[in-house]
Design a protein around this ligand. Structure first.
Ligand SMILES: CC(=O)N[C@@H](CCC[C@H](N)C(=O)O)C(=O)O
Length: 374
C-alpha cells in the first residue's frame, strides 16, 4: 500500500529529533516543504527555531490559529523501525513529528483551498522544556497576527487510530519542573563518620517526598510528584559529596501546587538539618493548565461526532502538562487527543504510533476549520 504523503513527511521528521530550542534541522525541513507550496497566500515569519505561517483568507473576519510543537526528547530510540532517529540519544517519543506533519498537511490543503478567514499555523519549539509557547505568545509577531481562536492536538497511544478524545474545561494539569541540588561532605568509603553522604540524604529525601501527595493533598484533587533522575557520586569507594534530584510536579488545581511546594520546602529543610547538608531547590519551567474553552470544545466534540469513521470519547483530565495551556489562557480554543494506538506510551523508547491517524487528523481538522470559517 502506498504511504500517505504526510506519513512520509512524518518519517523524515522522525529521523531528525532535536531538543528544545535546538530545532534547526526541523525548522529548515519545514521551511523547505513550505517553499514547495503555492506562495501567493502564504506569509512566513521565523521566531527563534519556531515558525509562524499565515494563510491569507479570501474574505476574512477573524484568524483561526493551529499550533504544532516541534521538539524531541533525550531518549535512545528502540523501535527498530527503518526510519528510526538518526540523532543518537534523541527521539520523537511524544508525537511531535505527527503534530508537525499534520499541520503541514493542513497548510498544504488550505494553500490549495483557501477559506474566508485568515489561518495562522504556529510551529512551536521546546514544548518538553523549557517552554516555547509563553515567549512565542509574547512575541511581536504573535501580537501582530494574534488569532481569535486556537486549536491543537496531541497523540494518544491509549486510543486506537480513528478515535479522538477531549472534554470541556480542564484537560491537562498545571506542571512545575523540580531540581534539587544537595551538597554535603565527601570522603573515604571506609571513613563514613567523617563525611556527610549525599546518596543517603537523596534517598531519604526521595522517600519522604512520596508522602507529600499521599498525606498533604486532598485525594479528590489529583496531584503527581515524579522523580525521573538521580545523579550522585563519582566512584564506588568515595562517599558522594553531591547529589542532584530531577523531577516534576503535576496538580489539577493551583492551590495544590502551592501546597505541594510548601511541604516539599519543609521536607528539604528537614533533610538539611538531619544530614548536615545544603540544599538548593529550583523549580525550572512551570506550565499553566490546559483549559479548553467550554463553548468551542463542546462545538468541536459535537462536530467530530457527526464525522463518519471518527469515534469521539469524552475523556477525563490527564496529569500531562502542555505549554499550549499558556495560549489557551489568552486565546479561546481547545486541545484534543488523537488516538494512535501504540503498545508503548508517550515518552517510551518503543513508542510506535499508527500513521493512519495522520489522515484522520488532517481531514477532521480541515473540515472543522472550513466549518468555522464559512
Ligand atoms: C504532553 C507531554 O508529555 N508534555 C510534557 C511537558 C513537560 C513539562 C515539563 N518539562 C515538566 O516535566 O514539568 C509532560 O511531561 O507532561
Amino acid at each position: 500500500m502506498e504511504l500517505h504523503p504526510f506519513a512520509e513527511i512524518r518519517r523524515s521528521l522522525h529521523q531528525i529529533p532535536e531538543l528544545g530550542f535546538q530545532e534547526y534541522k526541523t525548522q529548515a525541513f519545514i521551511l523547505n516543504y513550505l517553499q514547495s507550496l503555492e506562495q501567493e497566500k502564504l506569509e512566513i515569519k521565523l521566531w527563534k527555531t519556531g515558525i509562524f505561517v499565515k494563510i491569507k483568507g479570501i474574505n476574512p473576519v477573524k484568524t483561526i490559529g493551529y499550533r504544532a510543537d516541534m521538539d524531541g526528547l533525550p531518549i535512545k530510540e528502540e523501535t527498530g523501525l527503518t526510519y528510526s532517529s538518526t540523532h543518537e540519544g534523541k527521539m520523537h517519543a511524544c508525537g511531535h513529528d505527527f503534530h508537525m506533519s499534520i499541520a503541514l498537511g493542513l497548510i498544504s490543503h488550505f494553500t490549495a483551498n483557501p477559506v474566508n478567514d485568515h489561518l495562522l499555523f504556529i510551529f512551536q519549539p521546546a514544548e518538553e522544556g523549557p517552554g516555547g509557547a509563553e515567549p512565542m505568545l509574547k512575541s511581536d509577531i504573535m501580537k501582530e497576527w494574534k488569532p481569535d481562536m486556537v486549536m491543537a492536538l496531541h497523540i494518544a497511544p491509549e486510543y486506537p487510530a480513528g478515535t479522538i478524545a477531549t472534554k470541556e474545561g480542564l484537560l491537562f494539569a498545571n506542571t512545575s519542573e523540580l531540581f534539587i541540588d544537595l551538597k554535603g561532605k565527601g570522603g573515604h568509603a571506609a571513613r563514613p563518620h567523617e563525611a556527610n553522604d549525599m546518596i543517603i540524604a537523596a534517598c531519604m529525601l526521595i522517600t519522604q517526598l512520596q508522602t507529600v501527595i499521599s498525606r498533604n493533598v486532598d485525594p479528590l484533587d489529583s496531584a503527581v510528584l515524579t522523580i525521573g533522575k538521580l545523579t550522585a557520586g563519582t566512584v564506588q569507594n568515595i562517599i558522594a559529596e553531591t547529589a542532584r534530584i530531577e523531577g516534576t510536579i503535576r496538580t489539577l488545581s493551583g492551590e495544590s501546587m502551592v501546597r505541594v511546594k510548601e511541604r516539599l520546602q519543609s521536607i528539604v529543610s528537614g533533610i538539611e538539618t538531619g544530614y548536615s547538608c545544603e540544599a538548593i531547590i529550583d523549580y525550572g519551567a512551570m506550565y499553566h493548565q490546559v483549559y479548553n474553552d467550554p463553548a468551542l470544545s463542546r462545538e468541536f466534540i459535537d462536530f467530530a461526532g457527526l464525522q463518519e469513521e471518527i469515534e469521539v470519547v469524552e475523556c477525563g483530565e490527564a496529569m500531562t502538562g502542555e505549554d499550549f495551556g499558556y495560549m489557551l489562557k489568552e486565546i479561546p480554543g481547545f486541545m484534543f487527543w488523537l488516538g494512535v494506538g501504540s503498545d508503548y506510551g508517550l515518552h517510551h523508547s518503543k513508542l510506535n504510533p499508527d500513521e493512519k491517524a495522520i489522515e484522520t487528523a488532517i481531514s477532521l481538522s480541515a473540515s472543522y476549520i472550513e466549518h468555522k470559517s464559512s
